[in-house]
Design a protein around this ligand. Structure first.
Ligand SMILES: [Zn+2]
Length: 166
């Protein structure tokens, strides 16, 4: 059994002990939109910064985080869901559905709009993290319990997105 302490010691041997833990969760770059932490903080509200740049998750159903709320769970107009960090078009309304999980859910992203990686931050749970392909901003996770035709559920933080009606 490998203890957390020896795992950290192992990282130290590799010269990685100075990296903040969150560095292991950051999506691989480089990205077309690459800003410093200070620039992101200036551009985003505190709640959006926490979700997009620090991988936080808003509450289910109220879609509230740090005093901000997103109305996008109940958005039903035709239109495009865009990245709140960089404006990249992420999801179309035609692929949105009610997953009854309390977060805006889609069965497919717009072609090339998002990237994925294994999220191993929860030690014993393996999830697929999904992020904006243009700025690397964390959006949510993808699960395999979605509807046809893809069978995928893109479970997305409402505060990670904006909505532009057609
Ligand atoms: Zn983005």
């Amino acid at each position: 059994m490998i203890s957390r302490r020896s795992a950290i010691a192992g990282l130290g041997a590799l010269g990685l002990s100075q990296l903040p833990v969150s560095a292991f969760a950051v999506a691989p770059g480089p990205f077309e939109v690459a800003l410093s932490e200070a620039e992101w903080r200036a551009r985003l509200s505190p709640a959006r910064f926490d979700i997009l740049r620090e991988h936080a998750t808003e509450r289910a159903y109220t879609n509230e985080h740090m005093g901000e709320r997103s109305p996008l769970l109940n958005e039903s107009r035709d239109g495009t869901y865009t990245c709140a960090g960089c404006g990249n078009a992420l999801y179309r309304s035609e692929t949105k559905y009610d997953s009854r999980t309390g977060w805006p859910s889609f069965w497919e992203a717009i072609d090339g709009a998002v990237g994925t990686q294994d999220d191993t931050r929860l030690f014993f749970i393996r999830r697929t993290e999904v992020h904006c392909a243009r700025c690397g901003g964390h959006l949510g996770h993808i699960f395999d319990d979605g509807p046809p035709p893809t069978g995928k559920r893109h479970c997305i933080n409402g505060l990670a997105m904006e909505f532009e009606p057609d």
